[in-house]
Design a protein. Structure first.
Length: 85
């Protein structure tokens, strides 16, 4: 097994664990950190599996999109913008 294959397997195991926790966790606020970890793990797998330079671009695009999504979800649960002016 090459080091790259080992890294992919570690990222995949982390992604599976995070996906199970997201699916089974009843509290929505406790799901958010696992959703974020899942996004990081998927980004790592994309970057490791696609050896082409465009693979890095795809991983970066997925990472940026998932980070924006996580921030939007967290902002919504935190109360969003204060509009009591």
């Amino acid at each position: 097994m090459t080091p790259q294959e080992a890294a992919v397997m570690v990222c995949a195991a982390i992604a599976v664990y995070a996906a199970i926790r997201v699916a089974l966790e009843p509290d929505t606020l406790r799901k958010l950190p696992f959703l974020n970890v899942l996004s990081f793990a998927i980004t790592g797998v994309i970057a490791l599996v696609l050896p082409h330079p465009l693979g890095i671009v795809a991983a970066a695009a997925y990472f940026v999109g998932s980070t924006l999504e996580s921030n939007a979800i967290a902002s919504t649960y935190a109360g969003g913008l204060d509009r009591r002016e």
